[in-house]
Design a protein around this ligand. Structure first.
Ligand SMILES: [Zn+2]
Length: 530
């Protein structure tokens, strides 16, 4: 007799993590197992929900969502999976479904291989919470494993990406090897040549776009078989990334982007010190001399190309001035004006670049400034600071200071170690409590309560630790005060009428201007008052 009280949905999931680890839980294996279970228990199968190739770290899966919808529509009231990790590996969301959603909607849940059945009061049900926490740890572990094996490949100069970088193609005999894509390589060469000859990023983008040269993303789409009639608009970011990429001199560079963490699919640009570079592992497209010239141009010419006009390219403060309200650069343009007193003069005006680019969207405000007005203010302020700095800091002071900073750093490090120990001891308490639970000394409720309290405590300690870490970071990054070189630079500056660009960039970090023309200057050196 078939039990008609339950309308069963079976949920099958196979993720790429499973495949890579060679887990023997193919969709058809899972299905066989579940259908046998249904037969043995005389259950009534209503629907099958499958997610193939979807990671367990997210509950945002089509099959899973369809199943939840059918729960709401009361088409099914029982869900069976092979094991708990099929349902999901994120233990917060797992807990939500198993402890709240399913009970609230009268859904019975069975994980066959784990002996879990929410309709019976078996002790293994108490294990659910731990099991899912364990599943979560398992993903972290795989995520680390995958990363480390990929990391080794990258270190060895093997290409592991899905798509070859612009200018290259994958070798059809060896997917870890890159060959030159002649057509794209020509474009790369041209970009380097144009930049080395003084074209700004904007000019390069305009030229390539005008000539209808396919952008890297359009080329990629075409390789994927999407025939696109558009050629695309070149973005300065793209050209900038190409110009800075060591792959083009034969040093394959990977990890230029990274995932935020194992739970998120979002990718962000990785800092240069996180790149994995493997020298001489791919054929080079660009001559090393040209590449180095270009890198030096970037260093000495921070703001090159924001306004490709000769006068504004040579401003003393170029690239240092930012909009205080939105954080984008202030762009400068030169205007010729006729004045009664001086005849034709050139005036330089600045605006928030973000505002200027998106005037119609009103994303920021104009921030109108006259360049020479602010340059005067900033140089005067800088001179004042430098004089004060010199009068307060003789060499002895500077040395004392470095000792003081050293002591402070050690103190902070000590605090951080103390907090780490504290976290460890709480984790031990959690373990002990878990054992008490297993041995039946305390109830599940007691365990949960203690677990929650202890996790909150850990969170608090972590917040405190973050504060110390940030403090340490600040100290380490503002430690230029120790640099004796700066004393000389400062002396030079006070005695000089026309300070050099290098001097300015050594002393000033950033300048912010708000809509009311208030100026904040961030110096690279500090006058210590403590
Ligand atoms: Zn702005």
């Amino acid at each position: 007799m078939i039990n008609e009280n339950y309308k069963v949905g079976i949920y099958l999931r196979l993720s790429r993590e499973d495949e890579r680890l060679g887990e023997s839980s193919s969709i058809s294996n899972q299905r066989d197992l579940l259908l046998n279970y249904i037969k043995d228990n005389n259950l009534f199968l209503v629907g099958e929900y499958v997610d193939d190739g979807v990671s367990g770290t997210t509950f945002d899966r089509d099959g899973f969502k369809r199943m939840i919808k059918d729960c709401e529509l009361k088409k099914i009231n029982m869900i069976i999976t092979k094991d708990t990790s099929r349902l999901g590996r994120d233990h917060i969301e797992f807990g939500y479904y198993v402890e709240r959603y399913f009970p609230e909607h009268g859904i019975r849940y069975v994980a066959v291989n784990d002996g879990i059945d929410t309709a019976t009061n078996s002790s293994s049900n108490d294990m659910l919470v731990f099991k899912s926490a364990f599943n979560d740890m398992y993903v972290k572990d795989i995520s680390n494993k995958l990363r480390s094996s990929l990391y080794t490949k990258k270190r060895n100069g093997q290409f592991v990406g899905t798509y070859a970088p612009y200018g290259y193609m994958k070798d059809s005999n060896d997917k870890h090897k890159l060959l030159i894509n002649e057509e794209e390589a020509q474009v790369v060469k041209r970009i380097f040549k144009m930049f080395a000859n003084g074209s700004s990023l904007n000019t390069i983008c305009e030229t390539l776009t005008r000539e209808q040269i396919k952008t890297p993303s359009i080329s990629k789409n075409m390789k994927l078989g999407q025939n696109n009639v558009h050629y695309g608009v070149w973005a300065t970011r793209t050209v900038n990334d190409i110009l800075k990429c060591p792959t083009y001199i034969g040093n394959l560079t990977q990890c230029k982007q990274k995932k935020v963490n194992y739970k998120s699919k979002k990718r962000i640009h990785n800092k240069e010190n996180g790149w994995i570079i493997s020298c001489g592992s791919v054929p080079s497209i660009i001559d090393e001399d040209i590449f180095n010239t270009v890198q030096n141009m970037f260093k000495s010419n921070k703001n090159r190309g924001i306004r490709g006009n000769g006068i504004t390219d040579n401003l003393l403060l170029r690239g240092l001035i930012f909009c205080k309200d939105c954080g984008h650069t202030i762009g400068f343009r030169a205007h010729k004006q006729n004045t009664l007193k001086h005849g034709e003069v050139i005036r330089i005006y600045g605006n928030c670049n973000y505002w200027a680019k998106r005037k119609r969207e009103h994303v920021c405000t104009p921030h109108n400034v006259k360049y020479h007005d602010i340059e005067l203010i900033i140089l005067n302020n800088l001179k004042g600071m430098c004089k004060k700095y010199l009068s307060e800091q003789n060499l002895e002071n500077i040395l004392n200071n470095s000792e003081k900073i050293q002591r402070k750093k050690e103190q902070i490090k000590f605090e951080i170690i103390k907090l780490d120990n504290l976290i460890e001891s709480i984790n031990k308490k959690i373990d002990a409590c878990y054992n008490d639970k297993l041995e039946g000394n305390i109830t599940l409720d007691m365990y949960k309560r203690t677990y929650n309290n202890l996790t909150i405590e850990i969170q608090k300690i972590k917040t405190e630790k973050d504060k110390y870490s940030k403090n340490l970071y600040d100290i380490e990054n503002n430690n230029l005060v120790n640099n004796k070189v700066i004393v000389h630079e400062v002396e030079d500056f006070i005695n000089m009428k026309n300070p050099s660009r290098t001097l300015i960039t050594n002393l000033i970090d950033k300048i912010y201007i708000d809509e009311n023309k208030n100026i904040d200057i961030y110096y690279k050196f500090r006058i210590n008052n403590d």
